[in-house]
Design a protein around this ligand. Structure first.
Ligand code: GSH
Length: 222
């Protein structure tokens, strides 16, 4: 079968793995543009003519569909195969719940994780007020998940993983490797059990790779 399309991005990227997981679950192949250079390729006129934000990830489908925004790319991959109903929902209720958790992942988790991760990755300078605000919001979001997941296997009713689980889990990858340390993880046993369950699912496992967990987070720059 021909690949579903090509994704332009740096790797590894938490914004890429949700699309890769969705493609895997649908038996589809995605190509990662081999000669892509972040900061260079995505500033060219050719790139901007297809992907107007100049950001990554961006997707060029074999059917001519060009997409920006990682959740739209992941949706395209999720809806391009036999697992579409499972991954994106097959009733209005399921679809809305999946959308709810995708929005939650972006607004309540990934935005905060990014603020907390970027100075630790030495990409942005440290800012005490931003650090405190993002940590408070992230802690609240983890609490929401811990409570909501009690007695549940997956985020949305149903027997199988959906894009709700895959997207929320992907938003936590940098969180677990840089911020949500052993002490914090211990306070969220239900969330941790769910996360381990998500990343062990065939297709998700290959996309996410092994998770690196930080033991003790760095709180201020050296
Ligand atoms: N909401 C977007 C965010 C994309 C985004 O901010 N990408 C960053 C890298 S993580 C980027 O390409 N930045 C380059 C720039 O701002 O020019 C998505 O989920 O795809």
């Amino acid at each position: 079968m021909a690949p579903l399309g090509t994704i332009y991005t740096y790797t590894p990227s938490p914004r890429l793995v949700k699309a890769q997981a969705a493609a895997n679950l649908n038996g589809q192949e995605l190509v990662i543009a081999p000669d892509f250079q972040f900061g260079k390729t995505n500033k060219t006129e050719e790139y901007l003519s297809k992907f107007p934000t100049g950001k990554v990830p961006a997707f060029e489908g074999a059917d001519g569909t060009n997409l920006i925004e990682s959740d739209a790319i992941a949706q395209y991959c999720a809806e391009s195969g036999p697992a579409a109903g499972q991954l994106m929902g097959s009733t209005p209720s399921q679809r809305a719940q999946i959308r709810q958790w995708i929005c939650f992942a972006q607004g309540e988790i990934l935005d905060n994780v990014q603020t907390l991760a970027l100075w630790r990755m030495k990409i942005y300078p440290y800012n005490e007020a931003s650090e405190k605000s993002a940590m408070t919001k992230l802690t609240r979001a983890l609490g929401v998940l811990e409570t909501y997941l009690k007695g549940r296997t997956w985020l949305v009713d149903g027997e199988k993983i959906s894009m709700a689980d895959i997207t929320v889990a992907s938003s936590l990858i940098w969180g677990f490797s840089m911020i949500i340390d052993a002490e914090m993880r211990q306070k969220h046993p239900t969330l941790m059990a769910w996360y381990e369950r998500v990343i062990e699912v065939d297709g998700v496992k290959e996309a996410f790779g092994p998770q690196n967990y930080i033991e003790k987070r760095q709180d201020t720059p050296e």
